[in-house]
Write a protein that binds this ligand. Sequence first.
Ligand code: GDP
Length: 334
Amino acid sequence: MGQRRSGKSSIQKVVFHKMPANETLFLESTNKIVKEDITSFIDFQVWDFPGQINYFDSAYDSNMIFGDYGALIFVIDAQDDYIEALNRLHHTVTRAYKVNPDLSFEVFIHKVDALSDEYKIDTQRDIQQRITDELADYDMEHVRLNFYLTSIYDHSIFEAFSKVIQKLIPQLPTLENLLNILCANSGIEKAFLFDVNSKIYIATDSSPVDMQSYEICSDMIDVIVDISEIYGRTNSFRDDFDQSQTDTNGHTGDYGTTTETANDASSLIKLNNGMILCLRGVNRFLALVCLLRSDNFEKHGLIDYNFQCFKEAIADVFELKRRNAERMKHERMG
Ligand code: GDP
């Protein structure tokens, strides 16, 4: 949600449709709720709400609209005067919280690409302060809001969306634990489990995320997708992630992808600082991208073995989820 022209449709297009950021300049403004199904490792829906409508008006069923949500993302244009947007945010949070207290409230302070670092921090502080004060006036200081500085012109929008989605994944602690075990036993410095289609990372190990590692790992997905789209035997690594015969023959020392199925996709890039960037396909939707020192990669038989165990564990986690969902469905049907 958010005011008109705050950037909602652009975010959706850039994150879920690979639209280049500068093409969003020509997007038409939306005037009705746009619902979009995202089919991935978990299925979810993204709803884009036009800014000018009041959903708490009696014409709308706010229980239906807000009751089932996992997260409400409110987009604020940081380049514009945001006082009106803050009123709207306050109004939305107070009402939506009454309908669904489990909702997580995520505020994207958006279009920060044009702001200096100092101004970004000041803007965030100002917005955070104003909204916290307003909520306190309504005895709602216990409602937690999360703030992110975002722009479609860099990785920040993917990072923010990743954090929002991660909160909606019940298996997150298990996934993080598996990544920690994999890293500890394979000499891996940092590992991200990515959803290939959206470049959202659904989990990472517990070492701190530094922006540079995240950016380079995220860029690797683009490189591999591009290489396989141009040189792969079938259309694309991304479209056919589960069945593509991606094969960049002729690969040399620096990178190479040879897969029979994209589940087995594998690629390496040696960086000039002695690190290795390594991508492995995990299943139809997910890929593991990790950074490790090249001397640790010498024993890569062990890494291959550990990775295979990791992949089987991930399959078990999602298989369990599917079986639980089926069991619950049967129980409901009596
Ligand atoms: P909506 O009405 O909230 O869906 O807004 P749009 O997605 O149509 O975006 C309105 C304008 O903001 C478009 O011209 C976008 O190109 C621009 N825009 C969106 N995101 C960003 C951003 O991160 N940075 C900048 N500079 N412009 C953006």
